[in-house]
Design a protein around this ligand. Sequence first.
Ligand code: FAD
Length: 398
Amino acid sequence: MLEQKDVVIIGAGAAGLFCAAQAGQLGLEVLVLDNGKKPGRKILMSGGGRCNFTNMYTDHGAYLSDNPHFCKSALARYTQWDFIDLVSRHGIDYHEKTLGQLFCDNSAQDIIDLLLKECEQGGVELRMRSEVLSVEPNERGFLLQLPAGDIQAKSLVIASGGLSMPGLGATPFGYKIAQQFGIKVLPTRAGLVPFTLHKPLLEMLNVLSGIATPITVTANNGTSFKESLLFTHRGLSGPAILQISSYWQAGETIAINLFPELDIDGFLNSERLEHPNQSLKNSLARHLPKRLVECLQTLNIVSDVTLKQLSIPQQQRLIEELQNWQIQPNGTEGYRTAEVTLGGIDTKALSSKTMESNQVPGLYFIGEVVDVTGWLGGYNFQWAWSSAWACAQALAQR
Ligand code: FAD
């Protein structure tokens, strides 16, 4: 006999599990299908194993999308405070690390357990290692073909995520379904991802591998972030770089301010008065890692002079270079290490209230597969929760 469900959700990640739990608790018979062995694999890896599950300052301004207004409604209807409430109700201890980013005290597994308990409460059935071979629309919704047998779904929710980290089960399934139904998919690219560097610069900076320093980084479009830069053996990483990578296009440069807080002009002037015979290098090393200063010397940004030898025009040129260090990345590390995928299902094809396709009734897209991408810092999970919640409310009203 043909198996029938109110809702089939494809993807047991953050968005899929949360939507399933909500829809189940609203009385729907929900089945979640996932190609992996275990649900929530990205959640487990997230936030260095502690899951940065939301951000206290969540606001639509922290999201990139072709339509920056699309995410507003869902984020306003299920907010960071709603999810924090849920986390507290499950007795999960958490803390703010920095910039409103909330992490589990114990382990990201706590968030997976929360989602699974919520699913259990909603009577949700979870079927892992399940690959959908085909989806065909019919008068009762959608007929899904699986190796183990066909399933008839009244509503179909695509929560299969983006392309980042194929090692964790990422596939282009969601984009393919959209294309099958004539729904536009915007070009995708890796986001929140380290930069690689061209060989000559990489070779010069290689000795800095493992060193971190606070910076402000600015993209060509003027977007900037004040966070930490980490030099790696492949190029540049750290929160500042991951953030700006989402705003960077191939071929563009980024501008790095190595002194985001210090009045460097005033500092050098007072250093010159107090220690005129001190080397410029040693003065700068009071505020920058010593090895970085040595590298800046190799790059001819910092000259080998004492402070009294440093002329005022030279000082102005130096300050310009230290506060506006132009670097042209070679590329990014790509989907292999990217935390998110930019682009995806065109939001113009979806209702911002329900996440339902405008042209295919009963077909919904939630989470990362949609062209809504958050900054680093818990914003992407909040989008998963909010879009999933909006979708679940709509499913219950069909
Ligand atoms: P996913 O979580 O990717 O879930 C999609 C699911 O669909 C997966 O289980 C996948 O196996 C399944 N699937 C895919 N294709 C198929 C198919 N063909 N058939 C069946 N199932 C399929 N965001 C934050 O906000 N805070 C963080 O701390 C954070 N840390 C991160 C750390 C890492 C290493 C990574 C990679 C990402 C991190 N992110 C973080 C981003 C966040 O994990 C994602 O934005 C979020 O998981 C997206 O949720 P989703 O449910 O849309 O997709």
